[in-house]
Design a protein around this ligand. Structure first.
Ligand code: ARG
Length: 489
């Protein structure tokens, strides 16, 4: 690979970027890509012209009954009938007017932010100011974040418009649980709060005002230049990113090798009508991250899906219990042509029982750095060669990240790789994800924790020369993920 020129750039996880930070690009003509023929797999390359329907089980269409001919015949009833008709017409008109008002007029003016979908608007300075302005206090819920490889808890100050670490003085687990809950986690998964030496030179902290009584956590926090203990809070809301994987072991996917149990405990197999369709990653006992293109169209109904966790071979799905899905949330900015924002969340009907073989991967914190050619791993039950059927065993292979500029060069993907995507693989080909791996994890180990870097999204063919795999850029999605876990608890 020819990506080692000059200063090594870094993939910096900025996190918490506003949703529409990136300008959507016009799709480029892509008729050059062959269409993948398998009826089940979602398309593998952006911008297909035609699409094969993913399956045939359309819910039965209920034929409307013809209106009865015997209406309003007696004269006395005639007036009543007219009055009724007018009333119905009026009701319809009112409903239509309300709907138009709701969808057209209710979005917030200028820079103000809407509280969920309530129609209430608040100014940016009112977010995280310790006073709830939204009907469900959405403006005060997501004012915490975990920063960097050590999960440093930071709180947003609307006054100075920046994030500050929390001084460990007077901190306890009860505060930790509250902070985790505000990020969308269930307090049952709470792992620990730890003290970590604050970075030298830190001059601003958020400090607890313990005499403030029994009020919200954020109302108790105030900005301070001193922190007695000199330590800040490191917060783990869930025990995540633990793998038995021996880092020295070199690893199909294409060009990979069979995995061992507990190596990829976050990997799940997503089934439709008894067949493996896509992969996914466990992020909490009830939430799975997958690709939006896996749950497109009819498949956006949770009813079709079964989730299998803690398995290595597909034959195990015959006797292990499936988890059902209650809710599927696709990213609202997902574009099925360009594969922009190819991410979706699945909420399980019942929580997964976490074991050594079933456990969450860590979502990337803002402030995490990935090297330009950082070693990452992909896993899945996808095809072992282009056009093949999905694999019986869970395969995995190491793929290094590829810089976006390289991946977007004319002889690679020529500008199709958007900021919501990351490339990983080999320009010489040979090792790659393939059909059926979609939605599954692209992970990396850092600080002895495994992080979800991306979700398998697309590629031209599989493992071909100058056609590496393209993955959803999880860093860009984390804020959306937390917000949705928070709002759908
Ligand atoms: N879209 C494919 C799927 O639905 C994944 C394709 C990945 N392709 C690649 N060359 N890495 O399973």
């Amino acid at each position: 690979m020819d990506i080692n020129s000059g200063q090594p750039p870094y993939y910096e996880n900025h996190g918490y970027q506003p949703e529409n930070f990136y300008v959507t690009r016009q799709p480029v003509d892509t008729n050059m890509y062959p269409q993948y023929p398998h009826p089940y797999y979602p398309p593998s390359v952006p911008h297909y012209v035609t699409r094969v329907p993913t399956h045939q089980t359309a819910p039965p269409v209920v034929q409307p009954k013809p209106p009865s001919a015997k209406v309003c015949t007696p004269k006395i009833k005639k007036i009543l009938c007219i009055v009724l008709s007018v009333a119905i017409l009026l009701t319809v008109a009112i409903i239509a007017a309300v709907l138009i008002w709701y969808f057209v007029i209710s979005s917030c003016p200028g820079s103000s932010i809407e509280c969920g979908s309530s129609g209430t608007c608040v100014s940016p300075s009112e977010w995280c100011d310790g006073v709830a302005h939204c009907p469900n206090s959405e403006d005060e819920n997501r004012c915490v974040r975990l920063y960097g490889p050590n999960f440093i808890l930071e709180v947003y100050s609307s006054v100075s418009k920046s994030w500050y670490p929390v001084c460990h003085d007077d901190w306890n687990d009860s505060y930790g649980k509250t902070a985790c809950k505000d990020m969308g986690y269930n307090i049952n998964t709470y792992y620990y709060s730890q003290r970590v030496a604050s970075e030298r030179g830190s001059t601003s902290f958020m400090k607890l005002n313990t005499s403030a009584g029994n009020i919200d956590l954020y109302k108790k926090l105030y900005k301070s230049a001193s922190c007695l203990s000199g330590t800040v809070v490191a917060l783990r809301c869930i025990k995540c990113g633990i793998s038995s994987k021996n880092a020295n072991l070199q690893g199909r996917i294409v060009g990979g090798s069979a995995s061992a149990l507990k190596e990829w405990p976050w990997q799940v197999s997503l089934h439709v009508q008894g067949s493996h369709v896509c992969g996914g990653s466990i992020i909490t006992p009830e939430w799975i991250v997958t690709a939006a293109h896996c749950v497109e169209g009819q498949l956006s109904s949770p009813y079709y899906w079964s989730v299998y966790a803690g398995i290595l071979t597909q034959s195990e799905t015959g006797y292990s219990s499936a988890y059902k899905v209650t809710k599927i949330i696709s990213h609202p900015s997902y574009n099925s042509d360009s594969k922009d924002y190819d991410v979706a969340l699945m909420k399980l009907q019942t929580s997964l029982r976490l074991t050594d073989a079933v456990g969450p991967v860590c979502l990337p914190n803002p402030g995490l750095f990935f090297q330009p050619e950082q070693e990452c791993w992909i896993s899945g039950w996808g095809a072992e060669y282009q056009g093949g059927k999905s694999s019986e065993v869970l395969n995995a292979v190491m793929v290094p990240l590829i810089e976006r500029s390289t991946c977007n060069s004319v002889n690679v993907y020529n500008g199709l790789v958007l900021p919501t995507m990351v490339c990983a693989g080999y320009l010489k080909g040979g090792k790659d994800s393939c059909q059926g791996d979609s939605g599954g994890p692209l992970v990396t180990e850092n600080n002895s924790v495994w992080w979800l870097v991306g979700d398998t999204s697309w590629g031209t063919g599989c493992a071909s020369r100058r056609r590496p795999g393209v993955y959803g850029n999880m860093t860009v999605f984390t804020d959306w993920i937390y917000r949705n876990m928070q709002a759908n608890r």
